[in-house]
Design a protein around this ligand. Sequence first.
Ligand code: NAD
Ligand code: ZN
Length: 345
Amino acid sequence: MESVIFSNNISFDLSKYLNQLGYSQLGVISDSNTSKFCYPIIEKLLPEGHKHFSFPAGEANKNLNTCSQIWQWMTDEGFDRKALIINLGGGVTGDMGGFCAATYKRGIRFINIPTTLLSQVDASVGGKLGIDFNGFKNHIGVFTQPELVLISEIFLQTLPLEEMRSGYAEVLKHGLIQNANYFSCLKIADWEKQNWREIIEKSVQIKREVVEKDPKEAGLRKILNFGHTIGHAFESFYLNTDKHLLHGEAIAVGMVCEAFLSHKKSGLPKEDLQIITDALTEIYGFFQFFEADIDDIIKLCSQDKKNEGSTVNFSLLRRIGNCDYNIKGTAEEIKEAISFYQSLT
Ligand code: NAD
Ligand code: ZN
């Protein structure tokens, strides 16, 4: 697995690891926000002559068009197979920059420096890379590990609050699927009082323990998809609309719906369902959507990569802290779960 370093001194650590890794050319990929807020933090310690590529921020740009531009940039700069890429940004930059690196000339090495809570606790670890395609989330991609993930809280200082909240959904998910004690410490998000370093380390530990046992998602790793089957459908459906949801906000909706399915299908006690809906709706509120959209959202669920053939595969909770996977669900059941979510408002 990739090495994950929690850095108290990003300048020192980055210089050290760049020297250790060595490279012919060095390229940094960041989006328009991380170019502004994060690149200045590392720029001064990178060697003169390194190259920088910036693309417009947002999930809507995690696509083939931006990949073409990145591959063109690598080609124009003459990157060879010993070039090294630094992905400096959130999950969009990490997923897409990593995908471009992993496929350019059959693969060049890359480092992730995740700059959102979401990417620090989840996206930058585990080797899943990819882009969205024709409205389907993460439809095209590969599994490739970065050389290194370098995590520093310093980047979170400029991260907007709603992005912190979005990342927090993955943190809550880690507690829900693997560790009830951890979840119970997390429920109420008092942002000021949170010990982010501890939370990030614990979440990364949970994710790595799962991924280590099942790197290619043959079985157990599917538990990390709790909340994502229905959540991704909401995220995809409202992408590029004025109702668009951040990844974590969509996953929060998905986790409430899938907690309901867990109660129906995998033995999640009613009290646990109540605890989960209370915690999630307190932090994320209620997402309002149109009745008329529901059938299309359900159709998107069946496009999920976890499915085999036409059945929808869910990862569902047996109780808080314990998750099962490969549980088949029907369109009717998904509809019921979405209606449950609506009934809460
Ligand atoms: P993101 O990369 O779009 O970042 C969110 C926003 O924050 C962007 O506008 C970005 O420009 C801005 N930003 C980033 N760092 C900042 C900083 N330090 N200061 C100010 N602004 C900053 O999205 P995300 O929430 O990090 O990640 C979501 C993506 O990650 C989705 O595409 C999702 O599919 C993917 N993901 C992948 C995995 C995986 O295992 N590969 C896991 C979870 C999520
Ligand atoms: Zn996620």
